[in-house]
Design a protein around this ligand. Structure first.
Ligand SMILES: [Zn+2]
Length: 254
């Protein structure tokens, strides 16, 4: 009877939790109240919850696992990926490699090669809906509202037909962006020209704010170059767009 098994599991969890040192117990309970992700793996020296690059010494400490360590940015408890559940596989070498570079922040499924909208809000709505449809956010409507409020303060459109709309202070999840192309160009900045064609829509968890700046500077650096913009604009499918993005950012975003 599954109900009884769950009750038993709850009881074991409760018993184990009681054995934790008092401060860790309190920390763990506090984290759980905020998000079900209280304990997260470190992959390639990065906290997989908030995206912070951890100090090398901390990565080694987590690996050695003599004590319990927290991410300095999001405070979650950390464990070394290889010492986690994955290690029990028979052939760990065949397991998927950890995501690297731009793959940590986006995916082929988040590329829109031809946005249908002809104005800023319609385009923002499409990008929000994409993030929702693909399961990266829960509430496209709320996200759109926050994005529009952000644009009202000051436009995120920049030179060369690029725009970086974003929503900060998203609870949980990871730093993620969807990318859309407006083939004919739209007037993203009410005071600007109707020439915005490449739109990166970013969702920024509170804890990943510093990491966001790094991603933003990497992307804007890469796409200041006309050839990189052209490769993106030429892509007719999500697959080609994603390939162009991965290739262009390979050296700039680690
Ligand atoms: Zn973290």
């Amino acid at each position: 009877m599954p109900g009884a098994q769950f009750a038993q599991l709850d009881e074991s969890i409760h018993a184990l939790t009681q054995e934790l040192p008092r401060d860790i117990h309190q920390q763990f309970t506090r984290l759980l109240q905020k998000s079900p992700l209280a304990i997260v793996p470190v992959v390639n020296g990065v906290c997989t919850a908030c995206g912070m690059t951890l100090p090398v010494s901390l990565v080694h400490q987590v690996h050695a696992a003599e004590h319990i360590y927290q991410c300095p940015s999001c405070a979650r408890l950390l464990f070394h990926r290889a010492s986690g559940a994955r290690n029990t596989r028979k052939s760990p070498r065949r397991s998927d490699p950890p995501k690297v570079g731009i793959e940590r922040f986006s995916a082929e499924s988040l590329m829109i090669p031809a946005l249908k909208g002809t104005d800023r809000d319609a385009v923002l709505a499409e990008l929000c809906q994409k993030l929702d449809d693909e399961g990266f956010v829960d509430d496209a409507g709320k996200l759109l509202e926050a994005a529009e409020q952000r644009e009202a303060i000051i436009s995120t459109a920049v030179e060369n037909g690029l725009a970086f709309p974003h929503v900060r202070c998203v609870e949980g999840g990871a730093l993620t962006f969807a990318l859309g192309i407006a083939p004919k160009g739209i007037k993203f900045d009410p005071a600007g020209k109707a020439n915005t064609r490449i739109i990166f829509f970013m969702v920024i968890p509170t804890a990943a704010s510093a990491f966001y700046l790094k991603l933003l500077s990497g992307l804007s650096q890469v796409f200041q170059k006309a050839e990189n913009r052209e490769k993106l604009l030429e892509a007719e499918t999500s697959e080609k767009m994603w390939k162009a993005l991965v290739k262009a950012t390979r050296l700039a975003i680690s």
